[in-house]
Design a protein around this ligand. Structure first.
Ligand code: AOF
Ligand code: ZN
Length: 393
């Protein structure tokens, strides 16, 4: 039996829950008869708070023509270790034991401390053969956000911007809060440079659906007056996050999500407010800690330059997505953020002042820290180059 093929199928069906399960992981389960490798049933985690993949798989099995099959001669494939805790549903490991499944093949361990190996132990103690670590890399990629929250106690961070061929993200504009367009209107360019095309805009909104939160700095709120909603892709609206140290964001700014008739916005994530504003700190670590406490597993940062550079300097980010318009040049404006690596960020003076003597305790790798460059490979959408940079720290 090729275990990897069935775990690959688990990953495929897990993705059907992509826009609906966060902050839970996407999970898929496939029940297979050993003698002829017939798939008897499949299930996936469909929605946050709803039954887990295994429960859905057994429900379909019970409704199927195979329902009288002796499960001791069957293998349950699951992309994530079955849970051992009483959460919104009873433990999946207990259900698997009750069903009398002979073997369980697992993609990866559940990093959630409530589970973390206990699910596997429960199965083994019940005499079930357990195989783990099949397609582990792919399973980790599937749930990189969920894993980041539990392993690093912070959300997965994606930085995103669009730039001209000559490296600008916007025109130079002056702040004029009174020029904000009223709430309720779809377009909000407010004089900002429009770089994205209809197709790349959809990708941006897909990213807003994939990540639980979205963040921009105060200036971007004041300049663009954005709503930061997901209106061009399926799934939910992200939680809107910004900073406002000096109470500059007016009460009618569109980020608050208050409708023209005065209705307050509803959060698409149970128990988390729709808008979070940090007024006491701009420190990236503080913000990430707070977001993690609220169970937010991912954040997309869309600008502006100041916030993006603050985060780049901190070194605490996971991916950068850059859209480059190869035929658009504006010659002056707001420069795209400098791609500074985290090791360089730890000793910025060493890379900026060339004549400086390096203190002994600083290693040569810090001195030589390279700047990141745009990768050689990119996707092309609507003629625009779509770059992805992963933090390899
Ligand atoms: C599984 N199968 O399909 C999923 C699991 O709040 P609850 O009760 O839904 O539990 C959420 C936790 O359960 C989540 O953090 C993760 O550890 C695990 N998710 N486990 O056996 C599933 N989605
Ligand atoms: Zn479960």
């Amino acid at each position: 039996m090729n275990y990897a093929n069935f775990i690959a199928r688990c990953i495929e069906i897990a993705r059907r829950g992509e826009y609906f399960v966060a902050p839970n992981p996407m999970v898929g389960a496939v029940l297979v008869r050993n003698s002829d490798e017939q798939i008897l049933a499949e299930g996936w985690h469909e929605q946050f708070g709803a039954p887990h993949a295994e429960v859905n798989c057994f429900r379909r099995f019970d409704d199927s023509e195979y329902k009288n099959t002796d499960l001791s001669g069957c293998t349950l494939f699951v992309s994530l270790e079955p849970c051992s805790h009483y959460g919104k549903t009873p433990p999946c490991a207990k259900l698997i034991i009750e069903k009398g499944v002979g073997r369980v093949v697992i993609g990866m361990l559940d990093p959630n401390p409530l589970v973390a190996g206990k699910g596997i132990r429960m199965l083994q103690e019940a005499g079930i053969e357990v195989v783990t670590g099949i397609m582990e890399k792919e399973c980790r990629e599937l749930n990189k956000r969920f894993i980041c929250l539990h392993e690093q106690k912070r959300p997965y961070v994606i930085l995103k911007w669009a730039q001209t061929a000559d490296g600008f993200i916007d025109r130079t504009r002056t702040l004029n809060i009174n020029s904000l367009q009223p709430n309720g209107k779809e377009e909000h360019l407010n004089g900002a440079l429009a770089i994205s095309t209809p197709e790349t805009k959809k990708i941006v909104h897909r990213m807003r659906a994939e990540n639980m939160a979205i963040m921009v700095g105060t200036n971007t709120v004041l300049l663009d007056n954005p709503r930061l909603l997901n209106t061009h892709w399926e799934g939910r609206n992200p939680i809107r996050v910004t900073l406002d140290r000096h109470n500059r964001i007016p009460s009618d700014a569109r980020i608050w999500g208050i409708t023209p008739s005065g209705e307050q916005p509803k959060s698409d994530y149970a128990g988390i407010p729709p808008v979070i504003v940090y007024r006491d700190t701009t420190d990236w670590n503080d913000i990430l800690n707070d977001l993690a406490k609220r169970n937010i597993h991912s954040i997309l940062v869309e600008g502006g330059r100041q916030l993006l550079e603050h985060i780049l300097k901190s070194g605490i980010w996971d991916e950068i997505h850059i859209e480059l318009a190869p035929e658009l040049t504006i010659r002056s404006g707001v420069h795209a953020p400098e791609l500074i690596t985290s090791s360089a960020a730890q000793s910025p003076e060493l890379i900026t002042s060339s004549g400086m003597q390096a203190p002994e305790q600083i290693t040569s790798s810090a001195v030589q820290a390279p700047q990141l460059h745009l990768p050689e490979n990119y996707d092309i959408i609507d003629g625009h180059r779509m770059y992805t940079i992963k933090n390899t720290r």
